[in-house]
Every structure is written in structure tokens, then in C-alpha cells.
Design a protein around this ligand. Sequence first.
Ligand code: ASP
Length: 322
Amino acid sequence: MGVRPVVISTWSFGAVANAAAWPVLAGGGSALDAVVAGATAVEDDPAVDSVGVGGLPDASGRVSLDACVMVGPGRCGSVAYLRGYAHAAQVARLVMEKTVHVMLAGDGAEAFAQRQGFVRHPTDLLTLASKSAWEQWRVARDAEDRRGGAGAREGELPAMNVEERYAQARHMPGAREGNHDTVCVLGLDDKGELAGAVTTSGLGYKVPGRVGDSPIVGHGLYVDQQVGAAAATGNGELVMGVCGSFLAVEFMRQGRTPAEAVVGVLERVVGAYEVLPQHQVGVVAMSAGGAWACASLRGGFSCCVTDGGGQRRVESGRVLLG
Ligand code: ASP
């Protein structure tokens, strides 16, 4: 059993999320308000190059966001491939609250955001830093193509090279080490209600049109009030084939602790895929009672936890592959 209220968010910038989410929870607010506030704070932080404003663009230089919010199977909403609007988690929440649908994507999601009063970002979420990182990536890619490496056309990378290019991109000059990936925020309020929000610009330099695990209920996020909540980050393609977040919650339903559940998901990933050296998956879970855990395939994954005892960074409880 854990304590409540409590909020846990992924990666070092989880601290930014928790700084916004905790006052909501501490003031008696709902878990849903808290996790969306946390997600929004990271979306607004241009220093985070994998979420919202400043997120790395796709191969064609355009930024697209994926986000999801969830309170339970009957209360969830998401947006995929949202371009030009920073507050993807808020838009996802409005999909849940104002439509009969669960998910909106692309042009339709953008038109919905506009109808809901969101203002288009003046540079379509690009910052000087993210634009320059993309330009450097493009120069390196073109040089590789000239050497006869990939032979890729703009915006149409051969499937086999996507991971390779992503790995390369993350080691480009200017890519900030340790500053990557999706922010997943799980919260439990003082009334005992759970909620989750995830938001991301997805894999940097992805194939235009690519959507990852984050906006898909059960993959990037799952919440069941009777059992618990879970969320995933890292290479979404490895999470999607095993319904990672749903699986973590189902493991908890079967009686596993959050720590056992997140490890169970990672074992399933390892069993299902050929995991490459550059692959990373991090999973975080929280039980309905507020116990939490996080684990990852590789080192370097951490979460930020805030409860009545304060805020602290916790390293991955278990690293499966080192
Ligand atoms: N899971 C996200 C995606 O595949 C990215 C990440 O968390 O690093 O889009």
C-alpha cells in the first residue's frame, strides 16, 4: 500500500510535470486535473526535445504530437499526429469530454483543437534548437545517402533503417544526452481516484505519419480504477505489439505488485522482439492503493515521485538488459 495523494512522472523532466501536478493534488484537486497540468508544463518547456514545443520533428522537419489521457475504460481520450498545437494532452482530454469518440488524428484533430479555442503555435512547435538539430540530422543523412548507405527519399525512410537512423540521431552533436522521451504522468488523488496522461513528439526524425504507442489506449497508457494505472515510454514499436500498459494493469489484476508487473511487461517485450542495443523501454505502474514502481530495458531511465513526503527522483527499480 502506498500513500495518497501521489504523482509519478517519467524521466528527469518528470520533475517539471510533478511541480505542476503536485499543487493540484495537494490542494484537493482531481488526479485528472493534476496529470494534465503536469503534461502541459512539460509541453510548454522548450528545453525538452521530445515533448510539445521544442520536440524534435519528423524526417520532413515537421513536429507532430501524440497524447492520451485516461481515468478508466469509459473515460479516455487521445490525439495522434497533432501538428501546430502544443497542448496535446489538453486536446486529448477534450476529445474525452466533448466528443463521443476516443481518438482524433491529423487534420481532424487540429480542426477540433482550433474549434475548442486552442491557438496555433507561431512556429508550429519548432524552436531554433530543434530546427537546427533536424538540419544537422538531415546533413548527416544526406551524406550517408551519398555514400550509398540508405538511399532514402525525403520523408520515406526504408523501414529497416528507421531505428538505425533514430539511434544515430540521438548521438548527433547538439542532441542533449538524457533529455529524451515521453512524459508519462500517473496520479492518485486524495479521494482515491487514479488518472494518467502521456504526451510526446514521438521518435525524433520519424517517418512522417508515424504514430507510436503513446496515444493508443492500452499501449502507452492504461488506467483501471479497480486495479491501477500504467504507462510506457521508449521505442513505442516494442510496446505496441504487447499492449504494454494494458498488460501491466492486467498483471496487477492477477495479483502482481507494481514492481512485478512492470518487470513482467519488459520480459514480454524481450520475449517478443529482437531487442537491439539502441532499444529502450521504460514502464511505470501505480496500484489503486498508491504503490508504484518503474523498470526499464536499459539503464538511464528514471522517474520523479512526489507525495506528502516531498519530491524525489527514483532510478529504474530493475534494469532488465543493462
Ligand atoms: N514511446 C514514444 C513513441 O514511440 C517515444 C518515447 O517515449 O521515447 O512515440
